[in-house]
Write a protein that binds this ligand. Structure first.
Ligand code: ADP
Length: 752
């Protein structure tokens, strides 16, 4: 947490660093009397100076004397019986003293420190002991209500109301310490005339560490009138070590604390520490605008309610955390369901936008996939986010990084700290640069004033001490500058859970694809073997039809008229055509079945042979073959690659009506993609008729021809389908560029 200390703050800190010994002040408040006793000898070692005024004994008449001067025999016995345990069940001892002819009654409250037994006497109206029954009556109603109320907030509000009802203070607050020991007023009960403090934040220095520690050790504490004159303790021996008054009820308060209360317009106060899991969780703070005494019985009842509250607090806080956890899990479940049903991960994440934000309690988020950044809520701009991403990727451990003081660790974030002092970074995939960032604003942007705070009090010359709630709030604002609310454990867990679900979904999809691929490969193989079997079986009857039609033509030529002969000739021609189609299909299906036997092949030699055959087979020798560079060696199946060249070159010459035809076979200049050497690209270029763009995909379909049967020397329409299959069986690609009327270039690779 960044603590930018202002001048005022420094001054206040300095004041608090004064040397007031809060545990051993050596003085008490004047509304009672303190007597310290040596536990070994039961003699009086220290008394408060006001003992003469209150009890009528001169201090020196008591110091060094046995305690029996003050207590009855029974009381002494009660007290000594408690020496090895605790004094809770004797408190309060009911004492009475004759003073100026009048009987005075006192509550004697005893506790023990390492070095002394401390007896504190507070005046009371009568000697009557409060029975269990009446104590029970005092707290019963409150306890019932506390047990029935649901939810932490309602519970705290009820407790403050119950304490106020019991005591009659003007204002009762439940004050909670956050992780930095700054305080927040979580609940309040007050008279209508007072301004509310509910929701106010106070800096940690309002209650300095030493005072916080003391709260943890001491029981309920009352200051009936802050404007009191402290009463010093007197010992029988000057060498005596200072008395540890940590748990004393009458202990003198720190002047700083009294000044603080004075500045808040408070005349009397009572504090009940709230301990949860052995830690000071907060305080119940009661304020009154005029001096106010609260009887020991009522204080005991309040203390008891405080203890019950602490017991309930754990379960209420845990319940609140649990509720939050459940809420996050429900959000997570609906989000994952949407993602599973959607093809587009990013849009499933960001719609509706508040779901992704609520998942970790953020005000903004960015879903980043490579260079694409999708924003929701309040965020820095995409350029800032891209830059921040580079830094976060380095910081992340186990795909996670979070902070509530980003600008402190990453200076450029100072420019947008009001919207992103906190960041939670979740890396989904390093390879695909897939990440989610959540943002939280600076705390002071988050805090809402619950009501109009009391106007600032007049400050003294240094301004250091005049702490009204507003002044305190200002100091708190300074202490939380550059910081967001911290990320809760449940929120971080929720982000991590989202990551594992996303990774799970992506892996599942990969599995599904792999399964689909295997299925497709299998059905392709089945189709190939079906086509092979069907075409093979068709050949035999076809040959029969062809032969019988030919026989009829030869043997019965004289018996059939011209029309009959023409029809028979058509049958023969159609069977020939069908035969070549079946042969093409056979060839094609065989390609899918045969295993590919690749070896290093000299492509130039293959090309020589293809061209020689071409020259022999073609009647028009009027074409030029251009070979600008050698093709060198490639790892491939030689027979198939020969067929490939043969198909492409024969098409180049066939679909060409130029007077001077040419075909060029070569290699594309090498290009480097992402520093990986790419596969060699071969090409076959011609100056032929070219292919219109809209037909360029169709020509790879089986038996697809762009021309009539008799045009450009005919064909089955299977040549390019076979060529494509050959290339794909080598793991390569076949594609073309063509301008209608000018020529075409077919490109192919023989590997990845
Ligand atoms: P065919 O056996 O009919 O030649 P192909 O599969 O080899 O079948 O070609 C399919 C169609 O593609 C052809 O009918 C032709 O229209 C067109 N074609 C193929 N190569 C070229 C080329 N080099 N120039 C122009 N058109 C071509």
């Amino acid at each position: 947490m960044v603590i930018a200390k202002s001048v005022r703050q420094q001054a206040i800190l300095a004041t608090y660093r004064e040397t007031f010994p809060i545990r051993t002040p050596g003085a008490i408040q004047p509304h009672g009397v303190l007597v310290a006793i040596d536990p070994a000898t039961l003699t009086i070692t220290q008394v408060s100076q006001n003992i003469q005024l209150v009890l009528g004994y001169a201090p020196f008449a008591l110091l060094g004397k046995p305690l029996k001067i003050l207590l009855s025999k029974t009381q002494l016995l009660q007290l000594t019986a408690c020496l090895d345990t605790d004094f809770e069940h004797v408190n309060p001892l009911k004492l009475q003293f004759q003073l100026q002819g009048k009987m005075q009654y006192f509550d004697g409250i005893v506790h023990q420190t390492d070095a002394a037994i401390i007896l504190e006497l507070e005046p009371t109206a009568s000697a009557a002991t409060v029975e269990f029954i009446s104590f029970h009556r005092l707290v019963k109603g409150s306890l019932n209500r506390m047990q029935q109320v649901a939810g932490l907030q309602n519970f705290l509000t009820l407790v403050s109301a119950e304490i106020r009802k019991l005591t009659g203070f003007d204002r009762v607050m439940v004050y909670r310490f956050d992780h930095d020991h700054a305080g927040i007023v979580e609940a309040e009960s007050k008279t209508d005339a007072l301004s509310p403090y509910l929701g106010l934040h106070f800096p940690a220095i309002d209650i300095p560490p030493a005072a916080r520690e003391l709260f943890q050790d001491s029981p309920l504490r009352l200051i009936p009138n802050i404007d009191y004159a402290p009463v010093p303790l007197i010992g029988h021996d000057d060498e005596q070590p200072p008395l540890d008054m940590s748990r004393s009820l009458l202990r003198q308060a720190s002047p700083c604390h009294l000044e603080y209360l004075r500045n808040m317009g408070v005349a009397s106060t009572m504090i009940i520490p709230l301990i949860k899991d052995q830690q000071l969780w907060g305080l119940i703070a009661c304020h009154h605008q005029t001096p106010k005494m609260v009887s020991y019985e009522i204080r005991s009842a309040c203390e008891f309610l405080g203890q019950v509250m602490c017991l309930e607090l754990s379960s209420k806080v845990n319940q609140t955390q649990l509720n939050y956890q459940v809420k996050l899990q429900q959000l997570q479940a609906t989000l994952i369901e949407t993602i599973v049903q959607s093809d587009d991960l990013t849009s499933a994440l960001v719609k509706p936008d508040d779901r992704l934000l609520s998942l970790v309690g953020a005000q903004g988020a960015a879903v980043c996939l490579d260079q694409e950044v999708t924003l929701l809520g309040t965020t820095p701009n995409p350029a800032e986010i891209r830059e921040l991403l580079l830094w976060l990727t380095v910081q992340a451990e186990s795909n996670l990084f979070y902070t509530d003081t980003l600008a402190e660790q990453y200076a450029p974030a100072a420019a947008y700290q009001s919207i992103a002092s906190g960041v939670l970074f979740l890396q989904i995939s390093q390879v695909r640069h897939y990440a989610i960032l959540w943002f939280r604003p600076e705390v002071i942007q988050t805090v809402q004033w619950a009501g109009e705070p009391q106007a600032a009090m007049v400050t003294d010359a240094t301004g250091a001490m005049a702490l009204s709630p507003r002044k305190s709030f200002e100091i708190w604002q300074e202490t939380v500058h550059h910081a967001s609310l911290p990320w809760k454990t449940e929120e971080i867990a929720s982000a991590l859970e989202l990551r594992s679900s996303l990774v799970g979904i992506v892996l599942n999809r990969a599995d599904e694809l792999a399964e689909l691929n295997t299925e497709l490969t299998r059905s392709n193989q089945e189709l190939d073997s079906f086509a092979y079997a069907a075409s093979h079986d068709l050949q035999e009857p076809l040959r029969g039809i062809h032969n019988y039609a030919t026989f009829v033509l030869q043997d019965y030529e004289d018996a059939i008229d011209d029309a009959g002969i023409e029809r028979l000739q058509t049958i023969v021609r159609l069977t020939q055509r069908m035969d070549s189609l079946i042969n093409a299909l056979l060839r094609f299906s065989r390609l899918g079945q045969a295993a590919l036997e690749c070896k290093p092949v000299d492509l130039d030699r293959i090309l020589d042979r293809v061209i020689r055959l071409m020259q022999v087979n073609r009647c028009d020798m009027n074409f030029e073959v251009r070979r600008p560079a050698a093709l060198a060696t490639a790892q491939c199946a030689p027979v198939l690659v020969e067929e490939l060249f043969s198909n492409l070159i024969s098409n180049a010459l066939k679909y060409n009506d130029q007077a001077t035809k040419w075909v060029e076979i070569g290699i594309q200049p090498p290009c480097v993609i992402e520093e990986q050497p790419a596969a060699t690209i071969y090409y076959v270029r011609d100056n032929g008729i070219g292919i219109r763009e809209r037909h360029q995909n169709k020509i790879f379909q089986l038996f697809k021809r762009l021309h009539g049967q008799k045009k450009y020397g005919g064909g089955t329409g299977a040549g390019l389908t076979i060529a494509k299959k050959i290339v794909e069986r080598h793991g390569g690609k076949l594609w073309l560029e063509s301008t209608y009327g000018q020529g075409s270039t077919f490109y192919f690779t023989l590997g990845q």
